[in-house]
Each structure stands twice: as structure tokens, then as C-alpha cells.
Design a protein around this ligand. Structure first.
Ligand SMILES: [Zn+2]
Length: 483
């Protein structure tokens, strides 16, 4: 008996005084919950300002994303696992360079929701400090210890919805310093998201970081200084209905030429040749690209889509690129895209959301364009030109039908049919529009109609001519107050 008691006492001693060796991942999560005051947090509102960089809208393929001044606010309902993020962007790049709606002459406001029906099932809530604690508590976490930059760090990992591996980096104060996970992306495949949380301060009993930085695919997207935090104020997040499925409505704009309008934006154009069809522009999603392909097969049932013209590498214009590789089409694109498309877009694993190409791998065929490339069957021809000098992107291509006098143009001339923050004030011409005007003059193209990728259909070239009657001027860049 004495012996047993001694063992029990020894065990107790070991337990009480161990330096963490006997702690398991769940204990670590409990320590983090205590240190951050997470248990009492049912809702959260925070706001701040900083720099936002627009994912997938770089000037150069694989280059850094264009920056904007940002005012940011977020509301989280942890009980319903809902999130609403609001971002107000103003022009930062000077001169304007890259996409994301530049050049912005006014504030651009955008709202993003996370819920069960949004991208990757609302798992975004689990990437926020208290959301991570709650998700880790409900999961089956594992842990490992490491030293990062001389500091001891405990990494606690778990799998959410049987799919997303989420890791939290815990410092010696039991504060969550970083959360990382992978999300599916149609261009980059499984894409790393890293969110860093630093400079925790006390806000009414709970600790929250005042510096938040996020990287997507290794490149910065957000650098925020938090100025206001409110815990457990009543919140009401009204999640909009899920987007309708991809849908195409084709408009015949000339014999054998169709403008493929529909949702989600942007749009495409199909051109029929003697033995094949050319489809210009992919889309913002694989689903829209597949809907475009299906519509072309309905319009021209007996001819293959032999060529796909890709205007540039931006996320809203190249997300369907892989669908065309799967279709067996030859991709016509700017030569600057070669390393990005061959080494990244075609090689990145797509395990989180397998697309058509990853399910049925096929080799890709490319035609790399430097200045000009012409497709012709002796009767019809399609001229594909590089558009230098447009600050939107260094590798933009436009497609011209000389006989029909129709120009398919992407991003430097849009017709959304509504006022946009990049509409210049009266008398001012956006430098992106001016670049288009200069290129049409340089190439001496007799354009009568413009088919804008962001648009509702073809418009007269007169619209561009009118827009160019003013002074070319980029917006004045002034940091918003509070930055
Ligand atoms: Zn673009």
C-alpha cells in the first residue's frame, strides 16, 4: 500500500511541476483561450486602416499585388460563425499600375461575407484569433514545438470540415501569433494563407492584436493597424443569397461571331473559322469557363475549340485557363506569362478543389505572343496584338477582327453599365483609356465596335472617342486621414 501511495504522490508531483512536457494540444488551446479571454467573446467588431494589396491583380505575372490605402472594418458573430468585412480602398500606386479597378478617382467600397454558403464554407471565421480558439477546442488538435527567430513557439494544428488543415503558432505568452491554412484557388491551386497577429492589447477583459498582416500565396494582401475593438456588442450580419450558378447568354454580333455575356462577369467572344472555333477570354471561375465552352459547342456543334486567347494573367481573366488545357485548346497568350503559367498555374496541386484538368491531366500547348499573332483560314482572320503602355498590366493582349471591325478589349475599356470609382471626373481621361487610344492609332486599326470583356455587349467606338476628349490625368494620391 505504501508503495502505491508513493507512486501516486510521485505522479502528482510530476504532473503539477512539469514544464509543459505532459501538456497536450488541448491544454495548450485552453491556455490560449485563458490568455486571450476567448471564452467570453460571442461577437467582435474591429476596425483600422493600412495597406490592402489586391490578390491576383499584379502588373507583372507572379509579381507583387497592387497596393491601395485601406480603411477596414469587420464584424464577427462567433455563435453563428458569420463574418462581414468591409474595405474602402483609395488609390496608392503612383503612377497607377496593376488591376483592382485602378486608377481609382473615388473611394471603392467592397463587402465580403463568410458563412456556410460562401467560399470554402465560411472557414474564414476560424482564421480570426477567437475563431481559431473556438475551432481548435471543437476539433482534435495535435501539437509540436519549434524555435522561430530564437523564440519558442508551439504549433497547434487541426483539420476543419475534414479538409482544411489549420495551424496556429502560439508564443510563450500563450497568444496566437500566426494562423496558416490553404484555400483552393482556380489559378494557384492550393494556396497558402498566413495571417499574423501581433501587438496584443487588452480590450475590456480580452486581448486582441493591434497589428494584423495577411499573405496569400506568399505575397502581402493586408497590413492593418487596428484602432477600435468592441467585444460582445449586439451584431446582426445579413448574408446575401449565394451567387447564381454560371450562366451564358450569347449574342450574335456578326456572321460566325458571338459575344458571350452572362454571369459571373467578365465575358468572352467566340469566333468561328472554317475548321475550328476560337474562344477569347476565359473567366473568373472554372465554372464560367466551362459554361462558355458548352455554349460554343451548342452554337457550333461540329468544330473543336482549337484556340483559346488569354488576354492576361489576372485572376478574373485566367481562372478558366486550365479548363481550356483540359479541353485540348491551344492557349494563345503573351510570352511574358511563360514562367508563371508553366511553373505555377500548370504545376500547383489542386487537391482542395480538384478541377477538370487535375482530374484528367493533359499536356498544355501554347502559342507565345510578343507583339502580334494572326489566325486566318483565308477568309476570316483574327489579329491578336500586345497592348504596351497600359499601366493595367505589362502583358495585355487585345483581339481584332479586321473584316468585321470588332475589337475585343479587356480591362482598359469597360462598360459595366453603372458608375464606378474609376470613372474619371469630367474633362479627365484615365491613362488606361489613353493607352488604348494610342495603341489603336499606332496600329492604325479601323475599329467600329468595341466588345469589352467587362460589359453587356458591343458598343460603338464613338464611346471611346468621346471618352478621350479631355486631359489625360491619373488620380491624385492622398492618404486618407487616419493613416
Ligand atoms: Zn486585369
Amino acid at each position: 500500500m505504501m508503495h502505491k501511495k508513493a507512486i501516486a504522490a510521485f505522479a502528482l508531483l510530476t504532473f503539477c511541476c512539469s514544464t509543459g512536457a505532459s501538456k497536450d494540444a488541448r491544454d495548450v488551446v485552453k491556455d490560449v483561450a485563458r490568455a486571450m479571454g476567448a471564452a467570453s467573446v460571442k461577437s467582435l467588431q474591429y476596425s483600422g486602416s493600412g495597406i490592402y494589396s489586391q490578390f491576383g491583380q499584379s502588373y507583372l505575372p507572379n509579381g507583387p499585388y497592387p497596393r491601395f490605402y485601406a480603411k477596414y472594418s469587420r464584424v464577427l458573430d462567433y455563435e453563428k460563425e458569420l463574418s462581414r468585412e468591409e474595405l474602402v480602398r483609395t488609390q496608392f500606386e503612383n503612377p497607377p499600375r496593376g488591376g483592382g479597378g485602378q486608377p481609382l478617382y473615388r473611394e471603392a467600397r467592397g463587402v465580403t461575407f463568410a458563412s456556410e454558403s460562401s467560399a470554402w464554407g465560411g472557414s474564414a471565421v476560424a482564421l480570426t484569433p477567437y475563431g481559431w480558439v473556438k475551432a481548435a477546442m471543437a476539433a482534435n488538435p495535435t501539437m509540436k514545438s519549434m524555435t522561430i527567430k530564437g523564440k519558442p513557439i508551439t504549433v497547434v494544428s487541426f483539420t476543419l470540415k475534414d479538409k482544411y488543415k489549420i495551424s496556429g503558432y502560439i508564443d510563450s505568452q500563450n497568444l496566437l501569433e500566426k494562423v496558416e491554412t490553404w484555400m483552393p484557388n482556380p489559378i494557384l491551386g492550393d494556396t497558402l494563407i498566413e495571417t499574423t497577429y501581433l501587438d496584443y492589447k487588452d480590450f475590456g477583459g480580452a486581448k486582441f492584436p493591434t497589428k494584423i498582416a495577411q499573405k496569400l500565396g506568399g505575397l502581402p494582401v493586408l497590413d492593418l493597424t487596428v484602432s477600435d475593438v468592441q467585444l460582445n456588442a449586439p451584431v446582426s450580419i445579413e448574408v446575401p443569397r449565394a451567387a447564381p450558378p454560371a450562366h451564358v447568354e450569347s449574342q450574335k454580333i456578326a456572321e460566325g461571331v458571338w459575344y458571350l455575356a452572362g454571369t459571373p462577369d467578365p465575358n468572352s467572344m467566340a469566333v468561328e473559322f472554317k475548321d475550328y472555333v476560337v474562344l477569347i477570354e476565359s473567366s473568373v471561375t472554372e465554372a464560367r469557363a466551362l459554361a462558355n465552352i458548352e455554349e460554343v459547342k451548342r452554337l457550333v456543334p461540329n468544330k473543336p475549340i482549337r484556340y483559346h486567347v488569354n488576354s492576361h494573367h489576372h485572376s478574373d481573366h485566367a481562372a478558366g485557363l486550365r479548363a481550356f488545357v483540359a479541353e485540348g485548346s491551344i492557349i494563345i497568350t503573351h510570352e511574358m506569362n511563360k514562367p508563371f503559367y508553366e511553373q505555377v498555374v500548370l504545376k500547383s496541386p489542386h487537391t482542395l478543389e480538384p478541377d477538370k484538368l487535375s482530374r484528367n491531366p493533359k499536356p498544355a500547348k501554347f502559342i507565345w505572343v510578343k507583339d502580334k499573332y494572326v489566325l486566318s483560314d483565308g477568309d476570316r482572320s483574327l489579329e491578336i496584338y500586345a497592348v504596351p503602355g497600359a499601366g493595367h498590366t505589362a502583358n495585355l493582349l487585345m483581339s481584332f477582327l479586321p473584316k468585321e471591325k470588332i475589337l475585343f478589349i479587356t480591362d482598359i475599356f469597360n462598360q459595366f453599365g453603372e458608375a464606378r470609382p474609376n470613372d474619371p471626373p469630367p474633362g479627365i481621361v484615365s491613362p488606361y483609356y489613353a493607352a488604348l487610344g494610342e495603341n489603336l492609332k499606332r496600329l492604325n486599326l479601323d475599329v467600329q465596335q468595341l466588345a469589352p470583356s467587362h460589359g453587356k455587349g458591343v458598343v460603338s467606338v464613338e464611346l471611346l472617342r468621346k471618352a478621350l476628349e479631355g486631359t489625360v490625368q491619373a488620380p491624385t494620391v492622398t492618404p486618407p486621414s487616419g493613416n
